[in-house]
Design a protein around this ligand. Sequence first.
Ligand SMILES: C[S@@+](CC[C@H](N)C(=O)[O-])C[C@H]1O[C@@H](n2cnc3c(N)ncnc32)[C@H](O)[C@@H]1O
Length: 205
Amino acid sequence: MIFSDRDEAPIALDLHPDWAGVVGPGAAGLELEIGSGHGGYALAFGARHPERVLVAVEQRKKFAADLRERASARGLKNLVVLTGDARLLAPRLFREGSLSAVHVHFPDPWWKRRHERRRLVDDGMSTLVLRLLRPGGLLDFRTDVERYARDAVVRLEEAGFENAIGPGRFAERDPDEIPSTREKRYLATGQPVWRLRLTRPLENR
Ligand SMILES: C[S@@+](CC[C@H](N)C(=O)[O-])C[C@H]1O[C@@H](n2cnc3c(N)ncnc32)[C@H](O)[C@@H]1O
């Protein structure tokens, strides 16, 4: 059982919780953010999309607790913040094909070559995210590390993701897109960001 203290009282979440029951009917548009950090994206998403639900999974307890507190202070009922390793939690939290989007923004780069295998987007995670997305569902990946971006695009496309703008290509920033906390800094300094907007292919095509 997984516990979330999103509200005053902890909620017990079973394996594959009934999200509509936990958060209300908005669960039709269920999205996951992996590594929400200081929560700039999650908070803005919660306010902008009251009809959708975002589950933010952050492994650092303090970051998750602060975000939960800020979401509650703003009355954001459509934001669920869970503490833990998303690689372990995601398959327990979501049924196959149940997510309409997964957001991964500026995952830890693990710069040293010998640490690269610790990166979040490895083959296992690529396949897992593809499986959890509904057909047509979106993976929104952003990084400031070119080598990570180039590795991820190959890995994700090999796992079966579709890239509407062409294999190996990175997306332009949509001016309407919500920036993450870290991204706001890069937008101010002009530092480059590599973006992927990949989808799980529609079935029967
Ligand atoms: C560089 S920060 C980026 C934070 C935020 N996405 C942003 O763009 O501002 C990466 C975050 O991912 C979290 N993280 C790394 N691996 C994770 C995992 N396996 N599950 C959940 N969170 C993770 C880290 O604790 C950290 O807060």
